[in-house]
Design a protein around this ligand. Structure first.
Ligand SMILES: *Cc1c(COP(=O)(O)O)cnc(C)c1O
Length: 404
């Protein structure tokens, strides 16, 4: 493919108009939107209004002028992106905290089942939180096995299967409906972590009969650094599962100030404390940009961008660890290289921002809303040049930073 071919694809791209809604620094090809999405143009004004008018002028009255409903209102806007009903998603806490709430709730729902099944190599917080969850429930244990052993590990003792839909390192994607059915066949609940898939690939929680899900909003949803996360519980389970973080915002009547905890019905029971309104304001402005975006167009463009970088990597003998079948992967591409860290840094020095995942993976995120085919074509050229020139060997690229 030539640069002109890439430009022709941009000219015909139905998502091209979306790029103008985001702030993309000059001289940067941003391939890390799967880790921290770019700034939507609408966010600074939303934050300023929330601070100066809603907080500064309206003060406590703002709780009744939209703040108190923000978790459910923003959840309803995320719902179509994950194939959920508007009332079945709520925004709350972090993905880590939401995993804890749902895992403990699942373990407590059926005392005859004591095991959480998950995958070794899952995103670390998922396994760490699962360890914490089993430590909180007498008799519970965590069985983390390699992907190839998962099916056999799910049995009559499994309370809940916790899987990450799209793997953060390889981009491998589970077949949501098939694995949910596998969990259900064994009588277990299925909990999906959508952190690397929401906004990246089409998701159908209801159609897959998934029981529970969590996900990040600061990656493909562009909600801002540390933006609040979301969680989903299937309607038939909403009154059967209860949060172990039984805080007052999840109470049936928070302002009745009762001593005893009574969980709210529906998704509100998953709230623990007071929602972070400044962060919610940024998130809501970001999520609003997804209204009317066709997920199939996102998927098709993601596949086209992937193919361009895969071809560039292939031409220089880089080992691609992501699946070449677009239905079996998310929206990033990962290459294995013994000096992947230095390679990542050398690309960043050229303005091509991707990231490194220990021990040997260069990861490049493909975000169809704001990347042009031309950007990805250029990134491929930079990748070729960095490898050909061996400029990654410069010692300054070997120095490890705290966040990789
Ligand atoms: C990014 C990510 C997280 C992050 O969790 P936080 O609580 O927001 O730090 C969790 N799980 C997966 C699969 C992720 O990709």
């Amino acid at each position: 493919m030539t640069l002109n071919d890439a430009r022709a694809l941009d000219a015909a791209d139905p998502l091209a108009r979306c790029r103008d809604r985001f702030t993309i620094p000059d001289g940067v090809i941003y391939l890390d939107g799967n880790s921290l999405g770019v700034l939507p143009n609408a966010v600074p004004a939303a934050l300023a209004d929330t601070a100066t008018r809603q907080w500064g002028e309206r003060l406590i009255r703002s709780w009744n002028e939209g703040w108190i409903d923000a978790p459910a209102r923003i959840g309803a806007k995320i719902a179509p992106l994950v194939g959920a009903g508007a009332d079945d998603v709520i925004v709350s806490d972090t993905t880590s905290a939401n995993l804890y709430k749902l895992l403990v709730a699942a373990l407590r729902a059926d005392p005859a089942r004591r095991t959480i099944v998950s995958e070794t190599g899952n995103f670390p917080t998922d396994l760490h939180i699962a360890e914490g969850a089993v430590a909180s429930v007498p008799g519970a244990r965590l069985k983390a096995v390699a992907r190839g052993d998962l099916a056999a590990a799910i049995d009559g003792d499994t309370a809940v299967v916790l899987l990450t839909h799209v793997h953060y390192k390889t981009a491998d994607r589970f077949d949501m409906a098939a694995w949910t059915a596998r969990a259900h066949d064994a009588g277990a609940l299925m909990l999906w972590d959508l952190s690397h898939s929401v906004g990246a690939v089409p998701i159908d929680l209801s159609g897959s009969a998934a029981d529970m899900a969590v996900g990040c909003t600061y990656k493909y949803l562009n909600g801002g650094p540390g933006a609040p996360a979301f969680l989903y519980v299937a309607p038939h389970l909403q009154d059967r599962l209860a949060s172990p973080l039984s805080g007052w915002m999840g109470h049936a009547a928070p302002f009745a100030f009762e001593d005893a905890y009574r969980p709210a019905s529906g998704m509100k029971r998953w709230l623990a404390g007071t929602p972070p309104i400044l962060a919610m304001a940024a998130l809501e402005a970001a999520v609003d940009l997804w209204a009317g975006v066709d997920q199939q167009q996102v998927a098709a463009k993601s596949a086209a961008l992937f193919d361009m970088l895969a071809a560039a990597g292939d031409s220089i003998g880089l080992e691609c660890v992501s699946s070449h079948d677009s239905a079996s992967r998310g929206s990033h591409i990962s290459f294995r290289h013994p000096d992947a860290y230095a390679l990542t840094q050398a690309l960043i020095a050229r303005g091509v921002i991707g990231d490194f995942r220990d021990p040997d993976v260069l990861r490049l995120g493909l975000t169809p809303l704001y990347l042009r085919h031309e950007d990805v074509w250029q990134a491929g050229e930079h990748l070729r040049a960095v490898i050909a020139s061996e400029e990654w060997r410069d010692p300054r690229f070997a120095e490890r930073l705290a966040v990789t």
